[in-house]
Design a protein around this ligand. Structure first.
Ligand code: RIB
Length: 335
């Protein structure tokens, strides 16, 4: 049997409006009344009906967040930043994991729209522009994460991935490596193509340097491990002398394969750099050099933009915020 607001008001000897104020605007109620109402709520086991409140308010107090891979600490750090900023505005975050699957991505977008979320933050798999435009036209503000909105139709928060790829490859060249390999994929992912493009630019500027591309099926530890084992199967002279992995999970997998082999030393034989600078990078058996993305700040900033769009409505001006990546040098490249 569900407990009603009226029963809480009767037990606490206050009006229904005062109960609502205690739950939504406690600063407007005297402390002892707040305590008396909260005691009545605990005694009766009252749970507020957010669906009814949503119907009245037209919007839920939640933000829908769709990430590419919830197993990647980059996205959980990003989610933490979004959650902290949302909490400051009295909002919560509902996390959905598309797992690089467009059907799952669309299912979450449908669910968040039906739930009338306050807005949607999404790191899209492919070109979701049409689907996201419909979402916004029907009243759900949307901000792109980790992907710049190049036609300025959406607000977005991302990192300059071409610059990040250039920085990673330039660092390997500056420590004297010349036979570089880029390990990453699928190349259909914008983050991968942008990082590779930056690396190609750096290599093109260095006489005598080469860049081999080893495409992977995903940006995962297992795919990195497989790429590392494939390199070990080559003759030593056919291996690269440096590897730029498109993210830290791949780099961790490559490091695992090389380290377990024991014959090939990092960085002595092969220097290794990743991307994201997740917590595991500094804790790796050979501390991993990486290109840092401000993951929590990306999440925090995206909620800022979303709140502004939710307030300003359909004619809100869209803003594309692009952070610059930062080179973090550790033992895996001789730091
Ligand atoms: O999801 C793939 C990658 O893109 C993550 O590792 C992070 O680098 C993001 O930008």
């Amino acid at each position: 049997m569900t407990v009603s607001v009226r029963e809480v008001a009767a037990l606490a000897k206050v009006s229904v409006g005062t109960v609502s104020n205690v739950m939504n605007r406690p600063e407007k109620v005297s402390p002892d009344t707040v305590e008396r109402v909260q005691a009545a709520i605990r005694t009766l086991g009252f749970v507020r009906n957010d669906a009814a409140r949503q119907l009245r308010a037209g919007r839920s107090r939640s933000i829908g967040l769709v990430v590419l891979d919830v197993g990647n600490p980059f996205f959980t750090d990003l989610a933490r930043g979004a959650e902290n900023r949302a909490a400051e505005a009295g909002l919560t975050v509902l996390l959905g994991n598309s797992d690089d699957d467009e059907e799952r991505e669309n299912a979450y977008l449908d669910l968040f729209e039906e739930q009338r979320v306050h807005g949607v933050l999404i790191s899209p798999i492919g070109d979701a522009a049409d689907r996201l435009a419909r979402l916004r036209e029907r009243g759900t503000p949307t901000v792109l994460l980790d992907r710049q909105s190049d036609n300025h139709n959406f607000s977005s928060v991302s990192v300059d991935d071409p610059a990040g790829g250039y920085t990673a490859a330039r660092h390997l060249l500056e420590i004297g490596r010349r036979r570089l390999a880029f390990v990453g994929g699928p190349v259909s992912l914008q983050q991968v193509t942008d990082r590779l493009a930056g690396a190609r630019l750096a290599v093109a500027e260095q006489p005598g340097a080469t860049l081999e591309v080893i495409e992977t099926a995903a940006l995962s530890v297992l795919e990195g491990r497989a790429a590392g084992e494939a390199l070990l199967a080559r003759a030593a002279t056919a291996r690269p002398d440096a590897i730029f992995a498109a993210n830290d999970l791949l780099a961790m997998g490559v490091l695992q394969a090389l380290n377990m082999n024991g014959q090939v030393l990092v960085p002595g034989d092969i220097a290794l750099i990743g991307y994201d600078d997740i917590a595991f990078a500094s804790a790796a058996v050979v501390p991993l050099s990486s290109v840092r993305q401000p993951s929590e700040l990306i999440g925090h900033t995206a909620v800022d933009l979303l709140l502004r769009e939710a307030t300003e409505g359909a004619d809100a001006e869209h803003e594309q915020i692009v952070f610059q990546p930062e080179l973090i040098v550790r033992a895996s490249t001789g730091g």
